[in-house]
Design a protein around this ligand. Structure first.
Ligand SMILES: [Cu+2]
Length: 172
């Protein structure tokens, strides 16, 4: 996960948790360092609870896999994905992304890429956090768990601003 995203998550969590001290009945400033530590722990361990939303993966808890997983191939071309839309996965059915990184190092920073997935949009809860792969010629098979039907957001954690798109999971 990119540090920028981590900071964003913590900021959002901090904003959502503002007023937490008051709600817990702890006087502000009584033990501010301990308070910050516990907030940070909450933000990192239970992001979906911190945002007050239901775990999107819960919808797939009782759905059994059917047949072979769909396999999708994606490559990078000059620090971009070769597609802005991923289609093929079905509701709560595991699938595979066969990912190839073609990029050579340049002055934009690391040439490592990955494909992470958030529910619905860039601010949605993190559903899948895949490992980075270097290039050129780096290849990895991501085994993705079944995701609930709908549109989700996929992105490279190192270059999210320019490497992102929509993952469409069909109803069935
Ligand atoms: Cu990247």
């Amino acid at each position: 996960m990119h540090a920028k995203f981590k900071r964003l998550s913590v900021l959002i969590a901090a904003a959502l948790l503002a007023g937490c001290s008051g709600a817990a009945g702890t006087p502000l400033g009584a033990d501010s360092s301990a308070g910050r530590a516990s907030h940070a722990d909450m933000a990192s361990s239970t992001p979906s609870e911190a945002s007050g939303s239901v775990d999107p993966m819960a919808a797939c808890q009782d759905v059994a896999p059917e047949g072979e997983p769909v396999e999708i191939s994606i490559e990078t071309v000059s620090f971009a994905f070769d597609t802005e839309v991923i289609e093929g996965p079905r509701h709560c059915q595991p699938f595979i992304i066969n990912f190839t990184n073609n990029d050579v190092p340049n002055d934009l920073g690391t040439n490592k890429h990955d494909i992470d997935i958030r529910a619905e949009n860039v601010l949605g809860p993190l559903l899948v956090d895949n490992e980075l792969v270097g290039g050129p010629g780096g290849n990895i098979r991501y085994e993705i768990p079944g995701l609930p039907a709908g549109e989700h957001y996929f992105y490279c954690s190192e270059h999210a601003g320019v490497m992102n798109g929509t993952l469409i999971v069909a109803d069935e």
